[in-house]
Design a protein around this ligand. Structure first.
Ligand code: SAM
Length: 285
């Protein structure tokens, strides 16, 4: 397998991937976001669908249900996530998974009617090359639809836990400014101007703001555990030698407690739902 995104490959085949795979398919709010994504991609009964960064395959299975007479290929860098995806999709005849770096993988040209992604397209080292590669896998006129997070300061699920570990008040701009090191990769496509730039080879780009809430665990303690296993919060714990895991867990649990209810710990979400049409690269010429 050719891999250009080596950092992401390492992360998603290590603790990051294991944490996500273990927590897969528990989020009761995820169905709403996936429905919005599949509606936006206009997935029909006979469609051939490519699911980019499919992770544990929740969206791939949902797409396979809609494309009952079509087929779905879920592509992801992560071995642990794909292992979980294959287990959960056992018995579903029209979905397969492949370990691939979507930026460079030689997908069969023109073979898909639609490409979808839920939070799987923000991590490319060369997003223009990656989206062009994905476009080539689409037939001319094929649809692209994906969901990415809005900027960090709009995402309470980012601001609240990061503030807790930094030991500061959860004021969005201050928390974003105080985050050490590079901004988290998950926000690499959070600026609509940037989204339009990287989709230069596509036509009819549309960007819609969504506010679908996100579920993080049944209890604050479980949600805290999840936050410590992946993403910016795991990074903050790893880099702060003075912060013990117990202390971090306690701080996160306390910060998340106000968001706990009968349905578990749910924080407001802020996403962009992006759609575009592949023109065979003509839009870029
Ligand atoms: C935040 S997770 C989202 C997973 C899944 N779509 C979901 O919503 O649960 C991001 C996923 O993108 C995958 N990914 C990151 N870069 C990728 C690349 N270049 N090619 C394929 N998959 C990639 C990761 O392995 C990971 O499974």
């Amino acid at each position: 397998m050719a891999v250009r995104n080596t950092e992401q490959y390492t992360a998603w085949n290590g603790p990051e991937g294991q944490a996500w795979a273990a927590g897969a398919d528990q989020d009761p709010t995820e169905a709403e976001l996936i429905d919005r994504l599949l509606d936006a991609a206009r997935i029909g009964k006979h469609d051939r669908v490519l699911d980019i960064g499919c992770g544990a395959g929740v969206s791939s299975r949902a797409a396979a249900r809609r494309a009952a007479r079509g087929r779905v290929l879920g592509a992801d860098l992560s071995g642990p996530m794909l292992e979980r995806a294959r287990l959960d999709a056992a018995g579903i005849g029209n979905v397969v998974f492949e370990q691939a770096d979507a930026q460079v993988h030689p997908f069969p040209e023109g073979a898909f009617d639609a490409a979808i992604s839920q939070y799987g397209v923000m991590f490319f080292t060369d997003p223009v090359a990656a989206f062009t590669n994905i476009g080539r896998a689409l037939r001319p006129g094929g649809r692209l639809a994906f969901v990415v997070p809005q900027p960090a300061q709009e995402c309470e699920w980012y601001v609240v836990p990061v503030a807790a570990l930094l030991g500061i008040a959860p004021r969005p701009q201050a928390v974003v400014a105080a985050y050490p090191g590079q901004a988290p990769a998950m926000f690499a496509l959070s600026d609509p101007v940037r989204i339009r730039q990287v989709l230069a080879a596509f036509a009819d780009v549309s960007i819609e703001a969504l506010h679908v809430a996100q579920w993080f665990g049944r209890t604050p303690a479980e949600a805290a555990e999840g936050f410590l296993g992946s993403g910016p919060t795991r990074y903050l714990l790893e880099r702060d030698a003075a912060l013990t895991r117990e202390e971090a867990h306690a701080r996160l649990s306390a910060a998340l407690a106000p968001y706990a209810g009968d349905g578990g710990v749910v924080l407001p979400g802020a996403q962009w739902l992006v759609t575009a049409r592949w023109t065979g690269g003509a839009a870029a010429r």
